[in-house]
Design a protein around this ligand. Structure first.
Ligand code: DLL
Length: 435
């Protein structure tokens, strides 16, 4: 049986979607060329004019846009409409350098609301839902994005924002919210707080959660589902493209449908820039084909994923992306070996008596990289039995060594030692970058 959908485009034949994409792409390439001097110059340098874009394949002729381009034109240099048409700004801080500023016209906000509404409906929501939004409000796009989604649907948006976790639980109980939106790490924290407060999942009315803004594993999904007694759905997005709702998960929970009627996806080889065939992992690149204020062309996200047009059991025809495996810049290279934090998380979930809370520290001693992992244990773990502690440490080190191909040093710590996150979790300290 097909899922309920919000926008008929979600079920449209692929040819119809592609025809729409082409006409929108052509229109937006002209819009950008005519209104953004920076893009005009880049396209002129690349020897490509708007009239050269005749098919979807011609997209590959356009130059890429990099995060650095956004920094070089900070704050408004890539806006394609006069400031009087901009009605909202958002920004993402990032860890280094200037922040990225994104502008929206009213039409852009309407598109955003529509995309986020699709995500809420895909998670089983509708006009009667009460959507508890614990993503941060402010310049971060998480709060406002899901808020607009809920209101577009005619549902109730509850703008709780993040923080004050006991109060979150109280509001969940009293307001009888049925959909929770926050990062997966905050969902875990809220679930643990519920448990610590002695409240059973069936004592709250939540049925689903829409979690994204950071990578999370299938084990983490199962953990959140059991802590909160809900079905947990993934949602993807980035400030530069629109915010949450670029892609969202359906009942099948096997990847996220991209709102490709607004954002054209490509997968490229991050080293050569070559477009890769469907199913091959590579860097996700997006082109905005309907946005007015800040329409990026071929934006390099640095997220690693795959695309698939395989028929989806939910009935949607929109192309799917896999869960991003993490950003190319999240990948740690330790002693020449590529390591993603999610690989460490998977091992910890497979080990008894460990919690999903960990902190990775990478450093360099002499010319050798070191990898230290602090792992929080569950309350039933007996720290006073020295032999048990040593055995457990060894067990985790061996499992990590066989998964990662390098040997880490593991330190076990007692419950609640590692700071919980109310937004995007910070699980890695790379001291090598500080030297
Ligand atoms: O994180 C937008 C967002 C808010 C998405 C709420 C989903 C929910 P930024 O702060 O600009 O925007 O960060 C964007 O976060 O390039 C990915 O690396 C990562 N990311 C976002 N969603 C997911 C996800 C928001 N579902 C960056 N899985 C992106 C893995 C994600 N990584």
């Amino acid at each position: 049986m097909s899922d309920r959908i919000w926008n008929p485009i979600e079920h449209a034949p692929v040819e119809e979607i592609q025809a729409l994409q082409l006409s929108r792409l052509i229109h937006n390439v002209y819009h950008v060329y005519e209104h953004v001097p920076y893009y005009r110059q880049r396209m002129d340098e690349a020897g490509v004019k708007p009239k050269d874009i005749k098919t979807l394949k011609d997209l590959a002729k356009l130059p890429f846009t990099y995060k650095q381009d956004l920094r070089d034109t900070y704050p408004y240099g890539l806006f394609a409409v006069p400031m009087e048409d901009v009605v909202e700004l958002h920004a993402s801080s990032g860890t280094t350098g200037k922040q990225i500023v994104a502008g929206y016209t009213q039409k852009d906000l309407d598109i955003w609301g529509d995309c986020a509404a699709r995500a809420i409906v895909a998670a089983g929501g509708g006009p009667r839902s009460k959507v508890h939004v614990s993503y941060g409000y402010g310049l971060f796009t998480g709060g406002m994005g899901l808020h607009y989604g809920a209101q577009t649907l005619g549902a109730v948006a509850i703008p709780v924002s993040s923080g004050n976790t006991k109060r979150q639980v109280q509001i969940l109980q009293d307001f009888e919210s049925d959909i929770l939106c926050c990062t997966p790490s905050y969902a875990t924290y809220i679930g643990e707080t519920l448990r610590d407060m002695g409240i059973r999942p069936d004592e709250i009315k939540l049925s689903a959660g829409i979690f994204g803004a950071e990578p999370w594993t299938e084990d983490s999904r199962r953990n959140i589902e059991s802590l909160l007694g809900i079905k947990a759905y993934d949602i993807y997005g980035l400030t530069e493209i629109i915010g949450p709702g670029v892609a969202y998960e359906c009942s099948q929970q096997t990847g996220m449908h991209i709102c490709e009627d607004h954002f054209l996806p490509e997968i490229i080889d991050p080293d050569t820039g070559e477009v890769l065939p469907e199913g091959t992992p590579g860097e996700l690149v997006f082109t905005c084909i309907t946005k007015e204020a800040f329409p990026l062309l071929r934006y390099r996200t640095r997220d690693i994923a795959t695309l698939s047009r395989e028929k989806c059991g939910c009935g949607r025809t929109l192309i799917k992306m896999s869960k991003p495996r993490g950003r190319t810049d999240d990948m740690l290279i330790i002693r020449g070996v590529n390591v993603f934090p999610s690989q460490i998380e998977t091992v910890l979930f497979q080990t008894n008596q460990t919690s999903p809370h960990y902190l990775i520290t990478v450093d360099r001693v002499g010319s050798t990289d070191t990898l230290d992992i602090m792992v929080e244990m569950t309350p039933d773990f007996q720290f006073d039995a020295v032999r048990l502690v040593e055995e457990k440490q060894k067990e985790i080190e061996t499992a990590l060594q066989s998964t990662l191909g390098i040997s880490p040093k593991v330190q076990l710590v007692s419950p609640k030692t590692i700071q919980r996150s109310e937004g995007k979790a910070k699980r890695v300290i790379d001291k090598r970058k500080l030297y």
